[in-house]
Write a protein that binds this ligand. Structure first.
Ligand code: BEZ
Ligand code: FE
Length: 300
């Protein structure tokens, strides 16, 4: 064996020995799940460092980056969630925990802009509350995987306005473009929202800098957020996306699923709406039927 080969083997043995020693350090952990998680973190982290032959400067840059992610986070801004989102970690976790069951509607990313206590708008009401945008009539029916209607399901809807901003981002206390209602006895619902348009995720922090440095766009495909809760059903957090949106293939948080893309049918001004009256501007109409999985199905 040559000296070069020996020193390569010795180097590899030292690296693997360190990994093994760190893994063994968790043998004292009384909680088996925590032990499993910590050992997996160490083994993947060491594997990554060894595989890419990480330099000390690169490790220091990584620590500076994570420090900055923590520094800009507070109770209004969660840069770590944004990081998880743009790395696809949020969507991977959602996939693992929302196993496919029957024809249950697929889940997607929650995002940072949900707010507890949204206004109750009632059947046929509007969530706009002054938010600018083209009116959009959203209607559908909530059923379970047995095909039965789900009455009294709570449907929360929230979205950005035409300028690509959520009410929270104005920092002036306004509540707009969000609301909730309950399905009727037959599982039906109908509400007015605004036609979603594409917008960028907050990109003025370290996550935005990482996207720029890697040539990635901060844009999200146009979408409307939904959260649907009902007794004995798995809570569904999802979106609907707009058919034909050029960003469907390039959503920066990897949230798009083909099953969630819907046609937003364009309606000229003065097209009668279901209650027989008319709207004096062009509007859109979309149907979103929702199937809720049973509450006991988790993970796999
Ligand atoms: C959102 O859709 O609201 C969102 C999702 C992930 C990151 C940022 C925003
Ligand atoms: Fe959003």
């Amino acid at each position: 064996m040559t000296d070069l080969r020996m020193s390569h083997d010795e180097q590899q043995a030292r690296e693997l020995d360190l990994t093994q020693r760190v893994l063994r350090s968790f043998d004292t952990c009384a909680d088996p799940r925590l032990r499993e998680l910590m050992r997996a973190v160490v083994s993947h982290l060491h594997g990554l460092i060894r595989d890419v032959r990480l330099t000390e400067e690169e490790w220091a840059a990584g620590i500076r980056f994570l420090t900055e992610v923590g520094r800009v986070s507070d109770d209004r801004r969660q840069e770590f969630i944004l990081l998880s989102d743009v790395l696809g970690a949020s969507m991977q976790t959602i996939g693992v925990n929302n196993r496919a069951v029957g024809d249950a509607t697929e889940a997607t990313v929650f995002g940072p802009f949900f707010l507890e206590g949204s206004p109750h708008v009632g059947q046929g009401g509007s969530i706009a509350s002054g938010a600018q945008g083209e009116p959009c009539l959203v209607e559908g029916r909530v059923t379970n995987t047995a095909g039965e209607p789900v009455p009294n399901a709570r449907i929360e809807v929230w979205e950005a306005d035409d300028d690509g901003l959520y009410d929270l981002q104005y920092n002036d206390g306004r509540v707009a473009a969000r609301g909730h209602l309950f399905t009727d006895h037959d599982g039906n619902y109908r509400l007015w929202a605004i036609t979603p348009t594409p917008y960028p995720i907050p990109h003025d922090g370290p996550v935005g800098a990482m996207l720029a440095a890697t040539g990635r766009s901060p844009m999200r495909a146009a979408h409307l957020h939904f959260m649907v809760t009902a007794d004995e059903c798995r809570t569904l957090v999802t979106h609907i996306f707009v058919q034909g949106d050029a960003l469907l293939e390039a959503d920066t948080v990897f949230g798009v699923k083909e099953s969630l893309v819907r046609e937003f049918e364009r309606q000229p001004a003065s097209t009668p709406i279901p209650d027989g009256s008319t709207v004096d501007v062009p509007w859109t109409k979309v149907r979103f039927d929702i199937v809720l999985g049973p509450s006991e199905v988790r993970g796999s």
